[in-house]
Design a protein around this ligand. Structure first.
Ligand code: GDG
Length: 426
C-alpha cells in the first residue's frame, strides 16, 4: 500500500506533519486539512507539481488497529500522494512533545527558561529522524528533489546524503534560527548543524536567520562561508533567504466564493457599526496572545470613547495540548479575557469575542473580509502567514504587526510595533 510513483522527476516533501491530518473518533477515521503555517503554505504545491509528501498523520500508532493503520496508509497514498510515517506514543512524547516542542521550539523562539535538556528526548529525536529516512529510502529515485522541512527533521539531510551522495536535498526552516548566544546552549548543537549540512541548499525566511545560522556554523563547526556558500566535503552548500509566501489567489478571490459570502453577512450584521479587530493564531506562547490582550486592555482604559464601538475577535486554534506551558497559557488567556469582558463589557457589548477552535477556511476568509484591523503581536515568529493572508484578502484594512515576526521584514505597510510595548499596541 504505497503512494503511486509513475513519473520521472518529482519533489519529495518530508515534514513531521502531512498537509492532511487524520482524526479518530470512536473508531471512525476522519481526514482534514492540517492547521499551521507549513501545511497551509505548502498544500497548494500539490496542484502544480508531481509530488510525494512524507510525514506523520497525527495519531500515535497504538491508538489505531493494524487494519486502521493500513487504511490510513492507503487513503493517504491514493488521495493525497502521501507516504505515512507512524510514530508510537513514546515517540510522540519524547521526540515530538519532548525534544521538538520542549527544547528546539522554545530555544529558537528565545524562551530559554522553557527549554528542557533531556538526553532521552534527544535519543528519540535521532531515532525518529532515522525512521523517516528508513521509510523514505525505498522511494527515492534518481532525479528526485528531496525537500526536508523544519526543526523536527534537522538530522535527515545528512542521513540522506550518507546513502545517496548524489541526491538533491533542500532544507527549509520555518521558525527563526536564533543568534549564536542562544543556539550554543544546546548540548547537541554540533550534531544538528552537521545534520543540516547534508543539504545542498538551506533556506530561511529572513536574512537575519541565515546570518545567525552561518555564524553558528563558523563558530561551532569551524566552517566559513563565501557569500552564503559553504564548502564542505567536496560540496558547495548554499545558504539563502526564501521568505515563504501564500497562495495569493486563494485569499484575494475568497470573497467572491459563495461559501464565503454566506458567512460575511451574519458577521457584518452582528458587528453593525462596531469596528472589528481580528487575531488568528495557534495557541502558542511565541504568538504573544497575553501581551495582545494587555495592549487591548490598555487601549480600553485609555480610550473610553471607544467603549461599545470596537470588538477584538480572537480565533485561537488549539495546539500541543500535551505540553505543560501550553496548558498554563490557555489558563492565562482565559483569565485575561474574562477580566476584560468582566470589567468593560455591558449587556450589549462583549469587548473580546474568543473562539478556541479552528475555523473552516470559508469562515476564516469571511472573518478576514469583515475585520477592520488585523492585530498580530508575536514575541517571535518565523514569518507569520496570517498577516500575508489578511493583506491578500483585503484592499483596505490595517495590519498591526510585531517587529519580531519575519513578515515585518517583508510587508511594507503594516503598523510595526514592539510586542512588549503596550502603549504602542494601544
Ligand atoms: C510556522 C511558523 C511561519 C490558523 N488558524 C486557523 C487557520 N490557521 C492557518 C492560518 C495560517 C496558518 O494556520 C498559521 O500560519 P502562521 O505562519 O501564522 O504560523 P505557524 O502555524 O506557527 O507556522 C511561522 C509558518 O510556519 C510558515 O513557514 O510563518 O512563523 O511558526 O495559514 O490561516 N486556518 C483555518 N482555520 C483556523 O482557525 N482554516
Amino acid at each position: 500500500m504505497e503512494a503511486p510513483e509513475e513519473q520521472n522527476e518529482r519533489i519529495i516533501i518530508v515534514s513531521n506533519r502531512l498537509s492532511v491530518s487524520v482524526g479518530l473518533d470512536e473508531g471512525n477515521l476522519s481526514f482534514s486539512q492540517s492547521m499551521g503555517g507549513l501545511a497551509t503554505g505548502l498544500s497548494s504545491l500539490h496542484e502544480s507539481y508531481d509530488m510525494l509528501w512524507v510525514g506523520w498523520p497525527g495519531i500515535p500508532s497504538e491508538e489505531m488497529t493494524l487494519e486502521q493503520q493500513r487504511l490510513v496508509e492507503q487513503r493517504l497514498a491514493d488521495e493525497y500522494s502521501s507516504l505515512t510515517v507512524h510514530l508510537s506514543r513514546e515517540e510522540v512524547q519524547q521526540f515530538y512533545l519532548g525534544f521538538c516542542n520542549n527544547t528546539i521550539w522554545p530555544l529558537f523562539h528565545y524562551f530559554p527558561s522553557y527549554v528542557e535538556f533531556d538526553h532521552l528526548n534527544y535519543a528519540s529525536y535521532e531515532r525518529v529522524n532515522q525512521l523517516f529516512f528508513d521509510r523514505l529510502k525505498p522511494h527515492i529515485r534518481p532525479g528526485d528533489s528531496i525537500w526536508v522541512h523544519d526543526y523536527q527533521l534537522m538530522l535527515l539531510p545528512q542521513l540522506i546524503r550518507d546513502e545517496f551522495p548524489e541526491s538533491q536535498v533542500g532544507f527549509f526552516l520555518h521558525i527563526p534560527f536564533p543568534s549564536y548566544e542562544m543556539f550554543r546552549l544546546l548540548p547537541w548543537r554540533r550534531e544538528l548543524l552537521e545534520g543540516l549540512l547534508g543539504a545542498d541548499l538551506i533556506g530561511f525566511h529572513t536574512y537575519d536567520y541565515a546570518r545567525h545560522f552561518l555564524s553558528s556554523v563558523r563558530r561551532i563547526v569551524g566552517l566559513d562561508n563565501h557569500l552564503g556558500s559553504i564548502a564542505f566535503e567536496g560540496r558547495s552548500i548554499g545558504v539563502d533567504v526564501f521568505p515563504m509566501g501564500i497562495d495569493y489567489a486563494k485569499y484575494s478571490r475568497a470573497s467572491q466564493l459563495e461559501e464565503v459570502v454566506k458567512h460575511i453577512e451574519p458577521i457584518q450584521q452582528t458587528m453593525g457599526e462596531r469596528k472589528m479587530i481580528l487575531s488568528v493564531d495557534r495557541l502558542d506562547y511565541s504568538k504573544g496572545i497575553p501581551n495582545r490582550l494587555w495592549g487591548y486592555r490598555y487601549f480600553l482604559d485609555d480610550h473610553p470613547e471607544w467603549h461599545g464601538r470596537v470588538v477584538l475577535a480572537m480565533i485561537v486554534a488549539p495546539s500541543r495540548e500535551g505540553v505543560p506551558q501550553y496548558k498554563e497559557l490557555k489558563r492565562e488567556v482565559d483569565e485575561l479575557i474574562s477580566d476584560i469582558n468582566g470589567n468593560f463589557g455591558t449587556i450589549d457589548w462583549v469587548p473580546v469575542q474568543y473562539f478556541y477552535r479552528g475555523f473552516p477556511f470559508e469562515e476564516l476568509a469571511a472573518m478576514y473580509e469583515c475585520a477592520d484591523v488585523l492585530l498580530v503581536t508575536p514575541i517571535r515568529d518565523g514569518m507569520n502567514l496570517v498577516a500575508k493572508e489578511y493583506a491578500a484578502a483585503r484592499d483596505d484594512g490595517v495590519v498591526i504587526l510585531s517587529e519580531t515576526a519575519g513578515a515585518a521584514r517583508e510587508l511594507g505597510e503594516p503598523l510595526v510595533i514592539n510586542p512588549a510595548n503596550l502603549p504602542e499596541i494601544a
